[in-house]
Design a protein around this ligand. Structure first.
Ligand code: 9MR
Ligand code: ZN
Length: 536
């Protein structure tokens, strides 16, 4: 399996004012030199065995370095690294623009998409799966991932990451991304999120519930989206996506109010209708793909976390007691507060309570929740400390889309750092960002179009079918996964490849090298946090 260079770095560079971390895999003497060849001192701990990768490695802190180019020299090879004031503006902007490339139902015009242009796709009316007499023309939204499905729950979570990135770190969210709405007076991160919100709004049934997804019966072959003409269906409704949509729309009503009152009212009204439906439909039945349907399942064990998040956002949007009561009750049943994925959204509820409602949320939703959150986010730090690469993921937890828990843990540690001012939390979060951009066991930068060692063959239909060598830029790969793998992946990697190296940089490998909107979005949150000038 993979034996790369003996020094691993953030391939998009490092920021002035933040510690510079590099992973070192050699016992030989490593020297840090500046442009003039002068030796700069740094300290590194001895190598330790990293269980996830089987590498002997240590993460060296090179300290805070002035802008410039540096070289790490070792008997087994050198590595160059660059330091600048805001190194990650481009990659963070590209991660947002990556979502633009996922837009469905509209032409991607050359003036915005460059070479990655294509005509409008998926514009035909969809049929209601359960009542075939109903046909609805629902357009817009983002293609979920490497496939062309559109799913409400994952979409709502993605939008929430973007809206919170903008709420908490507006100056870290790159603007002027050259998307169709650029220059309309609204920040582009909100313009892009609205494209999905307009689609989510259409996914509501007349009684307030949300359809789980809008997909065909099976995944398309590797063709361009405009050539994908199989009929689409509005799949049955479900409480989990209904609650996630409710939460995300309530959040949107607050975010967009300053820009567009009418839109804010529309999102709030839709959220209120969703809540009414949830109140009358308390029983949870996990979503099952109807007979003959093989598109993304996105089945959640429980909808309690979604309902909790919805109650928090409704409370923030309206201030009404009913929502406080509901949120407190659901909180009492226990919530995981450091997860931000499509399945577990307790972390989004925590974001709302801690940074939006604040102390006025009261004893349970602020004081107690904060204490619980601080305790739970400690786990992320421990994971990072236990890993040779500083990666906040247990060695036996590399599942499909491992980038998600890693970015999720970075989000939790950022929140902890914001609440407590603890630098070790911020610095551990930084190591996750470094992981995404190259400081990892594969020596790969997981964002397409970026880094020295790039993802060139993501499992992404347009990237494969467009005849362009480079993949669509700004999309983050799911990364190593040895839990639920394709036979072809197992055949390639065999029995002995360690979890953090269980990765095939080939198009077929949806299990390790797919992209997804809700993997981009937590990376956008983390990127936005670090995308500023640090002085200390
Ligand atoms: O992200 C999902 C991951 O957690 C699951 O393990 C995996 C297999 O069920 O599915 C992932 O989601 C895929 C979805 O079902 C369909 N679109 C592509 C998604 C990313 O691979
Ligand atoms: Zn489409």
């Amino acid at each position: 399996f993979y034996e790369g260079p003996v020094i691993r770095v953030n391939q998009e560079g490092y920021a002035e004012g933040l510690p510079v971390y590099a992973a070192i895999l050699t016992k030989g003497l490593v020297e840090l030199k500046d442009e003039t060849g002068k030796n700069l001192p740094f300290e590194a701990e001895p190598l330790k065995l990293d269980e996830a990768s089987d590498d002997r490695v240590t993460v060296a802190n090179l300290g805070r370095l002035k802008a410039g180019t540096y070289i790490l020299e070792s008997p087994e090879g050198n590595r160059t690294l660059t330091v600048s004031a805001r190194p990650w503006n481009a990659v963070t902007g590209a991660l947002i623009k990556g979502l633009y490339y996922q837009r469905c139902g509209c032409e991607l015009k050359p003036e915005h998409a460059g070479a990655y242009t294509h005509p409008a796709c998926h514009t035909a009316p969809a049929t209601d799966w359960e009542d075939r007499s109903i046909q609805r023309r629902i357009t817009g939204g983002w293609h979920d991932a490497g496939d062309y499905g559109k799913y409400v729950g994952p979409g709502a979570v993605t939008v929430a990451h973007l809206l919170y990135a903008w709420k908490l770190f507006p100056e870290g969210c790159p603007d002027n991304l050259n998307i169709p709405e650029s220059g309309n007076g609204v920040p582009d991160i909100l313009n892009e999120a609205r494209y999905e919100l307009e689609w989510i709004l259409q996914m509501q049934r007349s009684d307030g519930a949300f359809h789980h997804k809008l997909t065909k019966m099976r995944f398309a072959p590797f063709i361009m989206p405009q050539d994908d003409k199989e009929p689409e269906y509005l799949m049955p409704v479900n409480p989990a996506p209904t609650a996630a949509a409710c939460a995300c729309l309530a959040l949107a009503s607050r975010v967009y109010r300053a820009f567009d009152r009418e839109f804010a009212e529309r999102t709030l009204q839709s959220a209120q209708e969703a809540w009414k439906w949830l109140r009358n439909n308390t029983e949870y039945k996990p979503f099952l793909n109807p007979e003959g349907v093989y598109t993304g399942w996105y089945c959640e064990k429980t909808d309690k976390d979604d309902r909790f998040w919805a109650a928090c956002e409704m409370l923030a949007a309206t201030g009404e007691e009913e929502y406080r009561k509901a949120a407190e009750e659901l909180y009492g049943e226990g919530q995981q507060l450091t997860h931000f994925g499509w399945a577990d959204v307790g972390g989004l509820g925590a974001l709302c309570c801690l940074f939006e409602l604040g102390e006025k949320a009261g004893e349970i939703l602020y004081t107690k929740l904060k204490e619980d959150f601080l305790g739970q986010s400690e786990e992320a730090l421990k994971l990072s400390q236990a890993s040779g690469y500083g990666t906040a993921l247990a060695w036996d937890n590399y599942a499909w889309g491992s980038i998600l828990p890693i970015m999720s843990n970075a989000m939790a540690m950022i929140m902890n750092a914001l609440l407590t001012g603890r630098q070790e939390m911020r610095d551990a979060a930084l190591k996750q960002w470094n992981y995404a951009l190259g400081m990892n066991a594969l020596d790969i930068c997981f964002v397409t179009g970026f880094g020295e060692n790039r993802v060139m063959h993501p499992h992404h239909r347009p990237s494969d079918a467009d005849g362009i060598e480079d993949p669509v830029p700004g999309l983050i790969s799911g990364g190593p996964n040895n839990k639920m793998c394709f036979p072809q992946t197992k055949e390639k990697l065999g029995e002995n490849t360690p979890p953090a190296k269980y990765f095939v940089e080939e198009t077929f490998s949806a299990d390790t090298n797919e992209i997804a909107i809700y993997w981009n979005s937590p990376a956008i949150f983390v990127g936005a946090y670090f995308n500023r000038t640090f002085t200390e």
